[in-house]
Every structure is written in C-alpha cells, then in structure tokens.
Design a protein around this ligand. Structure first.
Ligand code: PMP
Ligand code: GLU
Length: 399
C-alpha cells in the first residue's frame, strides 16, 4: 500500500459486493465457468419507454450541467410519485437527486455525522452503510437481529442502544441482504419509539420498495407524522426500474437536510447525468407494468430458490418477503474441511464455494453477520437451478 495515502482510504473496507463481482468477472475472463450471484442488480433490461425518453433527451439538448439537486421536472415527478405510492407530502425543494442511492446515503451521513456520533445499524445491513459512517468518523453500532425473528429488530431492542451520542439509524425495508420487510404495524411501533428521541434521525432506505411479495402496499416510515421530521427517505431507480447503470437515486427529507445535501453534492459531483434524469421522469410518471412483470418473475425465483435451499442439509434460511436476496445460515459447516481447506467463517465459505462450487456469493461478515452468506437471485431460473445444485454438491464434500 502506498505510504502517502490517507488513513481515511487505507482504513476503508473495499465494498464486498463489488469486490466479489470483480473477482468473478476476472475468473470468467480467464475461462472459469463461474456463475455470479454476488452483485444485486436486476438482470432485466431497462423498460423501453424509459430508454426512449433518454434518447429524446439527447436529441432535445438535455446535455448541459443540471441544477445540483436535479431538474425541477424530475423533482416534481418524484414528489408526485411519493404522494402516489407512499402517501408522502414533499415539495420538490425537499428532494435531492443524486448519482445513485449510494451517493444519496453518503450525502446524508456526511451532512449529519460529526466524529464520534453514534450510528445504529440494525444488522444484517447493506455493506456500504458502515463504510460511509466510518468515512464520516461516526461510530457504527450494530444491533443484531436473528434469523428466528426474520432478521428484524424490535423497537425495544433499538431503543436499548440509543444514548446521548446517537445521531442516526440506517436501515432498509425491504432489506438488503435479508429480504425482510417491516410491516405497517412494526413501522408504526418503531415510529412511536423514535418520536420519544427527536434528536435521532433515521435513513429509511426504500430502494427495493416495488420488489415486495407481501401483497401489502409498501409502507414508508415517514408516513407516520410523529417522526416525519426525523426521517430521510432514500430511494432510487436502480432496482424497481432495472436502471443500475444509469446512476439515479434521491432523498426526500426535511428542508434543512436537503439543503445540506445539495451543498455537499455541489462540491463533489454536481447534479447527476442530465440524460439519466430525463429517463427518471419517464420512469417516475410512466407505465409500471414492466416493473410488475419483473416482480412476478422475481417471486417465482424466490419460491424456486427457497424450495431448493430447504433441500440442502445444513442450510438454514428465512423466507424473504422482498428484494432479491437470500441470506442463509451456513454455520453448520464451520470447522469442516475438504481437500485441505477448512471453512471456519462466512468469508472462508464464500472462498470455498467460489473455488470448489464455481459460484460467487457474498460473505455475510460484510453485512454485519457471522453465520450467513448472501445469494442474489436476480438471475435466470436455469442459472439458479445450476447454482443450487453446485451449492449442494460443494457443501456435501465438507466433512
Ligand atoms: N441501498 C441498498 C439497500 C442497495 O441494495 C443499493 C444497491 N446498490 C443501494 C442503496 C444503492 O443503489 P444505487 O446507488 O444503485 O441507486
Ligand atoms: N446493491 C447491490 C448489492 O448489494 C449493488 C452493489 C453495491 O453497490 O453494493 O449487491
């Protein structure tokens, strides 16, 4: 490592999801028959009407710098979408559009956290939350949920970790990596608890909003008036509209937080891509059928993988209600070996499965869990069947 790099970067963990995706891309390029279920991104193409809007944007000259927080027409479209889908009232100036929800989260954390402030992370959590909190010199505190409780924390559990230093809570529902979805009643109870702590803010990451199999409409924490001023709703276009490469995410937040994020973004990236923004207008206001079709297929895959995982001795899993991941417990195999390689933790397991099973899954430690690994089922049913067979065979060799 170059000695002149900052401690900020030398201490930063590489994103485990992106690292595994890179490794499997490299192995594939060398001719290895790897099936990559590491990165979480829809394997569907962006819907046609969104692509057309982007092409029109180029032809119509939407090729210049945009306002830092996004074009007014996009922020207005998002405000309408938030009312339509989430029953949330936000004015366009409370919305900041960014280069992906990842940047939205970074903007908020860097705007709110002072060194030493505590950030509560219901665990398992998405990999980048802790890395960004570290970047802001905050102190991440994991609040562990168990597979038996569908990987959800209770308000009492969270409250027991709130101290005078607690500034922020960050969680996703539907959750990456567990697929868990907090119900309206659970969020209502959470809102009641949080309202007792008005100086604690909450990032509610709803990027998987549409990928929900509960049959219930998505509930946003900000819907509960007693906590609305404490909540920053994060969302984006990557998952629900199969637009990962377009890099388009946003927050809806109290005005002072939106203004801080605008200032932060104005010094780091400016407004995101003008063409992607005009595509976002089409996505937010257009036909939702392609999204619903995609979710129907994800649901079939979820059911298929659930059945197959349950047929593998030693694996323990919950039934995810949303997103497109399984986060299953492989601790029954810890201490077992094959060919001189012993699996003692999730990282060893993901290495073993890559080498012995030719499948790329992500080590659960990056998500704050010591027993599980993550499988993204955003892949064809055919691939998923092969993966589960490879998984079964590789695990059966461990003695
Ligand atoms: N939050 C969660 C929970 C995610 O899974 C992702 C996916 N990368 C993001 C945020 C960031 O999404 P993007 O930057 O592609 O909008
Ligand atoms: N959200 C995806 C994942 O968790 C994309 C990769 C990333 O940005 O971490 O795999």
């Amino acid at each position: 490592m170059n000695q002149s790099l900052s401690t900020r970067i030398t201490q930063m963990q590489e994103s485990a999801t992106l690292k595994m995706a890179k490794t499997s891309r490299e192995l594939k390029a060398q001719g290895h028959d790897i099936i990559d279920l590491s990165i979480g991104e829809p394997d569907f193409d962006t819907p046609e009407h969104i692509k057309i809007a982007a092409k029109n944007a180029i032809d119509q000259g939407y090729t210049h710098y945009t306002p830092v927080s996004g074009y007014p027409e996009l922020r207005k479209a998002i405000a309408i979408k938030l009312k339509r889908d989430n029953d949330l009232d936000y004015t366009p100036d409370q919305i900041v559009v960014s280069t992906g929800a990842k940047q939205s989260i970074a903007n908020v954390i860097l705007s709110l956290i002072n060194p030493g402030d505590e950030v509560l992370l219901p665990a398992p959590y998405w990999v980048s939350y802790s890395a960004i909190a570290d970047l802001a010199e905050g102190k991440s505190i994991e609040v562990h949920a168990s597979i038996e409780n569908d990987f959800k924390v209770t308000p009492a559990q969270l409250e027991s970790h709130i101290s005078s230093k607690t500034k922020l809570i960050v969680f996703s529902s539907p959750c990456n990596p567990t697929g868990s979805v907090y119900s309206k009643d659970e969020l209502s109870a959470l809102a009641k608890m949080l309202a007792k702590h008005p100086t604690v803010y909450v990032i509610c990451d709803e990027i998987y909003e549409f990928i929900n199999y509960t049959g219930q409409r998505h509930t946003s924490l900000a819907q509960f008036p007693e906590v609305k001023d404490q909540v920053i709703t994060v969302n984006g276009f990557s998952k629900g509209f199969a637009m990962t490469g377009w890099r388009l995410g946003y927050i809806a937040a109290p005005l002072w937080i939106a203004q801080a994020c605008d200032k932060m973004q104005g010094q780091i990236t400016s407004g995101t891509c003008s063409i992607a923004q005009m595509a976002g207008v089409a996505a937010a206001t257009g036909d939702m059928q392609p999204t619903y079709d995609m979710v129907t297929e994800f649901r079939k895959r979820r059911d298929l993988v659930y059945k197959m995982l349950n047929e593998i001795p030693g694996i323990k899993t919950n039934l995810p209600d949303g997103a497109f991941y399984f986060f299953f417990d492989v601790s029954a195999f810890f201490g077992k070996s094959y060919n001189g390689f012993t699996v003692n933790n999730p990282e060893d397991m993901s290495t073993y499965l890559l080498k012995e099973g030719l499948i790329a899954l992500v080590n659960g430690e990056a998500f704050g869990d010591k027993k599980c690994i993550r499988l993204s089922y955003a892949a064809s049913q055919e691939k998923l069947i092969t993966v589960c067979q490879r998984l079964k065979d590789a695990l059966a060799k461990l003695k």
